[in-house]
Ligand binder design. Structure first.
Ligand code: ZN
Length: 298
């Protein structure tokens, strides 16, 4: 009996670790990139979009390579990767800010002591100042929380602490949404429950549009003959296409996953594809549908 496809392949610790690692590394890279780029120019929402794309693609590629057909796990790895990106940018921004302020302080000291102070003294002053500049102070300045500290950016002073924090949170959400969408897309593709390999798609044929949900209903109710009887030759450009996805190593035998996609015309008379179902089917069910498609075919 046909059932909707759901990922069942076992998730190995090595494959899972590799996907998490890919997300984390991509996140760190994206964080460093954002830090360097934002020192040169104000990027606004480009930064979270870039984080989302870089992390999402890295997780998708790793999920594909290491065979992790787990949408929820891929989403988790993508979210963690974006957090790494945000943390690494914040950490680097803080280090640079700290370094620059410590230099400024050491120079002021040098000038006030009529220049030509011993280099050791300036370095000592620099080190002492570095030790004083904690992350907490930096964060309070960055988000304009402490009224006694000058906000780190014009944005923080014009938006106020709540606005600045809300903006940061919004950027993080944008990045996570993009990263999850990309990572999940790959992880949702049907994989073999035995070996975890992604199933390979082969077209079966097309029928007249409008029967897709009936065909799915019949298959789910274990009536493959009734499903096959619904399939008729297409008379317009609006069709429903059927394809079979099966394990490249042959674990699906004659069965596999039946993918049903409706192709409808939109207002501009362009076809739009809309996936109706992905059903785990037996060789017998697949055979009935394939035969009906052959008869409906050109
Ligand atoms: Zn397999």
């Amino acid at each position: 009996m046909a059932t909707p496809y759901s990922p069942k392949a076992a998730l190995g610790p090595r494959a899972g670790g590799a996907v998490i690692l890919a997300g984390g590394l991509a996140g760190a890279l994206a964080g460093v990139g954002a830090h360097l780029a934002s020192r040169a120019l104000y990027l606004a929402f480009l930064v979270p979009v870039a984080w989302g794309l870089v992390v999402g693609l890295a997780v998708a590629v790793a999920a594909r390579k290491f065979r992790v057909p787990r949408p929820a796990f891929a989403a988790l790895a993508a979210s963690a990767g974006v957090m790494v990106a945000a943390a690494s940018q914040l950490g680097l921004d803080y280090r640079i800010d700290r370094h620059e302020r410590a230099i400024a302080a050491a120079e002021v000291y040098d000038m006030s002591s009529m220049g030509a102070g011993p280099t050791e003294l300036i370095e000592e002053r620099y080190e002492a100042r570095l030790a004083e500049l904690g992350f907490g102070d930096y964060a309070r300045r960055r988000y304009g929380i402490d009224p006694n500290l000058d906000p780190a950016s014009g944005l923080a002073s014009s938006l106020g602490p709540r606005g600045t924090i809300a903006l940061s949170a919004l950027e993080l959400v944008i990045a996570i949404v993009i990263a999850i969408a990309l990572a999940r897309r790959q992880a949702l593709a049907p994989a073999c429950p035995s070996c975890g390999a992604w199933r390979v798609e082969a077209p079966l044929g097309v029928g007249a549009q409008g029967v897709a949900s009936d065909v799915v209903d019949c298959l789910l109710r274990d009536r493959p003959e009734a499903a096959a009887a619904r399939i008729v030759p297409p008379d317009t450009r609006e069709v429903v296409s059927f394809s079979r996805l099966s394990c490249p190593a042959g674990h699906d035998g004659r069965g596999g996953v039946l993918r049903i996609v409706e192709h409808e015309l939109d207002k501009r008379r362009e076809t739009r594809a809309h996936q109706t179902a992905e059903l785990e089917v037996s060789g017998e069910e697949l055979g009935a549908v394939a035969q009906a498609l052959e008869e409906a075919g050109p």
